[in-house]
Design a protein around this ligand. Sequence first.
Ligand code: ZN
Length: 211
Amino acid sequence: MGQIVDIGKRVELVPMDPHFHDITIALYQQGQDENPLFLVHTYSQMEGAQKRIQFAVEAMTHMGNLVENTHRLLRFPCGAAHQLACRRTFLESCKLSPNDPVEPRPLQILDKKSRLTITVNSLGNGIYQVMADGEGRRVDRRISAIAGGLMKLGEMEEVDGTLDKVAFPCGHSHDALLGLLLVRAPNVRSIVREQEMAAARGILAAPSQQN
Ligand SMILES: [Zn+2]
């Protein structure tokens, strides 16, 4: 009894899970740059809470293509942290109710702002190209804005000064993860605001306030 286990550093928080009695669910990171592991955890003792956590873990494996290393410890197949992308996968997974379909998102979206269909092509080695069903300067600008959104959300890199190609620095493809980030990429400003608020919450919420 009273055994203290180091579960890692908390990197993301869902203060109130709308799909399960407003429990608090957190994402912890164990290890830094070399093969870090991510743990989904709640302190809630409520019956069914562990089942809810298991759902979130499984959703993360499908939506972000993380793999469950050992019980509830997740990692990316490439071994890189991709911390920001992992946090986004966690948040999106916790937004799902047990009745929602849990499957990777396609690498195509309808961009509401421009009314363009945006498609992302995997070029291998972690490189992705953003394309649209149109031409002209306005379309090019939109493509580069969405590529920029992917870079911000996924900590991806520019490729040789191009405006339409982005890459995961690990050099590995992460199609499911890209699909998940692509949904948010056109609206990156509100996402950045959400991230700042989450960061503030992380600082403000003392462990005693967790449940
Ligand atoms: Zn990777």
